[in-house]
Unconditional design. Structure first.
Length: 270
């Protein structure tokens, strides 16, 4: 049964994915990328490759995003190892591990075939989350909620690190206490992204189908920016960045990166 529709908020402006400079987005999708599906709401599987300390945060994230009228999420057994965090066609693998002091707190990696998302991973880096700065529920909720949100096609509502919070996990901040969950505009944006239906579905395991990516692309992974391709957008302080690796023929991998304070291109502290 279709969930009751949220009232779609009026958008004051349109923000393009590449080359945008406006800090607060009234249209926070990243291009026209989305999961193909034949009906709404559709269910997207979240593979649980998490340690016991992280499982409650994935539970909160799944419950929060499933309040959308067009999208449900289901936590399923993980299909990879946490350290490897290899993508699985038709779902999002969610992992935590000590990935190293390489600067980033979290990465959402999204594989796209033309405009359709076909698989994704979310990684949270315990090399930083084990420190006193980030080993806090508010930071874990923010990063988990935001990185999983990117895998649906959502971008940030705001990339100003120090301004007032918008009350959504899609708003980056240096004080995440009030940015723990999606807000009404996030749900409205999902309704916009998934307003049309497709003739096929990529939100299921498609290892043998034409929608699956070639193996060399599907299994590509990198924990360091040297393997992420071209930087296509960075916040002013360099703590939020988006990279794109273009393989041609419509195959691309996008990576949304949250850097720890003092890391990233800006190397700034606050």
């Amino acid at each position: 049964m279709k969930k009751p529709s949220l009232k779609v908020l009026a958008c004051a402006l349109s923000l393009a994915f590449v080359g945008a400079t406006t800090e607060v987005s009234a249209d926070h999708s990243w291009g026209n990328y989305h999961w193909a599906r034949t009906e709404n709401p559709f269910t997207l599987k979240l593979g649980d490759n998490l340690s016991s300390s992280w499982k409650p945060y994935l539970g909160t994230t799944s419950s929060d995003w499933s309040k959308s009228s067009v999208l449900d999420t289901a936590i399923v057994a993980g299909g990879t190892t946490a350290k490897k965090c290899r993508a699985t066609s038709g779902r999002v693998e969610v992992c935590n591990s000590t990935y190293g002091r390489n600067g980033w707190l979290g990465i959402a990696s999204i594989w796209a075939s033309s405009s359709h998302i076909v698989q994704a991973t979310t990684k949270v880096n315990d090399s930083y989350f084990n420190t006193t700065t980030y080993n806090k529920p508010e930071w874990k909720n923010l990063v988990m909620c935001q990185e999983v949100g990117h895998t649906f096609g959502l971008d940030h509502q705001d990339e100003n690190f120090t301004n007032g919070n918008l009350g959504t996990c899609m708003d980056y901040t240096n004080n995440p206490v009030s940015n723990q969950h999606p807000n009404a505009h996030d749900y409205a944006q999902l309704e916009t992204i998934y307003a049309h239906l497709d003739s096929t579905s990529t939100a299921e395991q498609l290892a043998q189908s034409a929608a699956a990516m070639p193996r060399g692309i599907a299994e590509h992974d990198a924990d360091d920016r040297s393997g992420w391709g071209k930087l296509i957008r960075s916040s002013k302080n360099g703590l939020k960045e988006v990279y794109m690796l273009d393989f041609g023929q419509g195959y691309r991998i996008f990576r949304f990166v949250i850097w720890a304070e003092g890391e990233g291109r800006g190397r700034q502290t606050h």
